[in-house]
Design a protein around this ligand. Structure first.
Ligand SMILES: Cc1cc2nc3c(=O)[nH]c(=O)nc-3n(C[C@H](O)[C@H](O)[C@H](O)COP(=O)(O)OP(=O)(O)OC[C@H]3O[C@@H](n4cnc5c(N)ncnc54)[C@H](O)[C@@H]3O)c2cc1C
Length: 457
């Protein structure tokens, strides 16, 4: 057994930087919606973020999946839709396009998404503090009542009536002693990807190749017809990858995943993959970034040599960080399961609706499995509530979800809807003078509906 060398850390007084009603930790899709909703509900709200921009994975070149359900109806509305509406006004988001494989995709401009996230916070009156890492939870009488942050300004505290953990890694919950788990039964987690953007792509040539020669340019599940639309995602070209491998190009994935961007010649590439990375271990995450950096140039070569439309294209930018599909999730009052998803389960305490398939990028190898429900499923409020620790809600991909359920509920539209519900719940708890876990959920549901969110009647 290896023993870890330790040193004592002396106890010390640390300054309280701020006392607020609601503190949201993590400014990704879940966090920005949670903060906006809490502030709109009348709570003095603060959002803290470790990076120098808001957006989380909204900023790495991904389309937002899952605004529409399997039956084509819109199942994510409310604040997430308003966010898209504002992006559309600037020409920075596309329509919600149905997709046989991904249910629906909504293309956004990642830089504009960052700006709009900040503007949304300003408009809602949320105090934003970036470049601070939440490193600990503060508890009183078994309840979370704030967090400890570290920054260039040193170690400080922020106190809050309710904390909403939207870190993606359940950092606050974990530090507060909430039971957390990672991955499947063996701890295997979905691998991360470093996204990059190619410009100068002849997207029409790519489209034509897929539509006119599906025998050569194969697509998983999706009919070739789908590629006649302006915006699409390719998942396939398995045969081209096989040819490239024969030619000695090292491709870590089985499928070619390409996403159209806002510009006509823009394609985002979702193809690097480093198995076994754990984002809660900096050495592991560093290894992932290092390997993925090497992979992307090999993938660029593959695209230029084997994929129609890429011959004259070039890599224009790389995402600001490697995106993490899976890490810690909490064990909450209810753990959502694949059965719940595949049976389109309804819950009395539903606070969001989702429809995206269980989409598992395998922890080992380079492939992926997808399982769809027929329509859509509910996310219960209890999946945002830690089982045994008060004062805290957890929204986004680190909510109380089984490995398989997380593979569905992780998409950004669903994370945004969870964030909205958590923010409104925290503001309601404040108004009603109750612990957030004990709010009247039917009242929360009424408020969500009245303010434009979608719940099944
Ligand atoms: C490669 C990849 C491809 C994907 N493809 C799609 C797709 O096409 N469409 C789709 O909709 N979804 C996709 N997903 C899933 C989706 O992007 C994520 O599941 C979703 O963004 C999770 O949202 P979140 O708000 O929970 O967390 P995140 O987006 O991870 O945001 C968490 C935020 O918290 C901050 N933070 C973390 N820890 C701390 C801390 N301790 N202190 C302060 N701040 C902190 C982070 O900096 C970040 O801004 C993909 C994910 C990956 C990785």
């Amino acid at each position: 057994m290896t023993t870890i060398k330790t040193i004592p850390e002396p106890a010390r007084e640390i300054p309280v930087r701020r006392e607020v009603d609601v503190l949201v930790v993590g400014g990704g899709p879940a966090g920005i919606m949670a903060a906006e909703a809490a502030a709109k509900g009348g709570a003095r709200t603060m959002l803290i973020e470790s990076r120098g921009f808001l957006g989380g994975n909204l900023a790495i070149g991904l389309p937002i999946l899952g605004f529409l359900g399997r039956k084509g109806n819109q199942i994510i509305k409310g604040l997430p839709q308003q966010f898209i509406d504002r992006l559309r006004e600037k020409g920075a988001a596309g329509e919600h396009v149905p997709c046989k494989l991904h249910v629906s995709l909504t293309i956004i401009d990642p830089e504009q998404a960052k700006s709009e996230a900040l503007a949304t916070m300003e408009r809602a009156g949320v105090e934003v503090l970036m470049y601070v890492l939440c490193v600990d939870a503060i508890k009183r009488d078994g309840k979370v009542c704030g967090v400890v942050i570290e920054s260039k300004a040193g170690r400080e505290a922020i106190l809050a009536r309710t904390v909403i953990d939207c870190t993606g890694d359940a950092d606050v919950a974990f530090r507060a002693g909430v039971e957390c788990r990672k991955g499947d039964q063996t701890g295997g987690m979905q691998p991360p990807t470093l996204m990059f953007c190619m410009r100068g792509v002849d997207v029409d040539a790519l489209r034509r190749a897929i539509v006119e020669h599906p025998d050569i340019y194969d697509m998983d599940t999706m009919p070739a017809e789908q590629f006649r639309r302006r915006n699409f995602i390719t998942v396939g070209l398995r045969s081209q990858i096989a040819r490239a491998r024969e030619a000695g190009i090292d491709i870590p994935v089985a499928r070619t995943i390409l996403i159209t961007g806002m510009a006509d010649d823009e394609i985002w590439v979702n193809m690097s993959r480093v198995n076994g990375v754990d984002s809660t271990d900096p050495a592991s995450y560093t290894h992932g970034e290092t390997v993925a950096r090497r992979q992307i140039y090999e993938i660029e070569r593959y695209l230029k040599e084997f994929v129609p439309g890429f011959a004259d294209a070039e890599m224009k930018c790389v995402a600001p960080f490697m995106g993490i599909r899976e890490s810690r999730v909490i064990v909450g009052r209810y753990v959502l399961t694949a059965d719940d998803i595949l049976s389109c389960r309804r819950f009395d305490d539903a606070v969001a609706v989702a429809s995206y398939p269980v989409d598992i990028h395998h922890a080992v190898g380079g492939d992926c499995s997808l399982y769809w429900c027929e329509d859509c499923y509910d996310i219960p409020f209890r999946s945002l509530v830690p089982a045994a620790v008060g004062g805290l809600l957890v929204a986004g991909r680190c909510a109380s979800l089984s490995h398989e359920a997380m593979a569905s509920a992780r998409v950004m539209s669903t994370c945004m809807a969870m964030g909205e519900a958590a923010g409104r719940a925290a503001a309601q708890a404040l108004r009603d003078g109750v612990e957030v876990a004990d709010i009247d959920v039917s009242k929360l549901q009424r408020e969500l509906l009245e303010t434009g969110a979608f719940l099944r009647k």
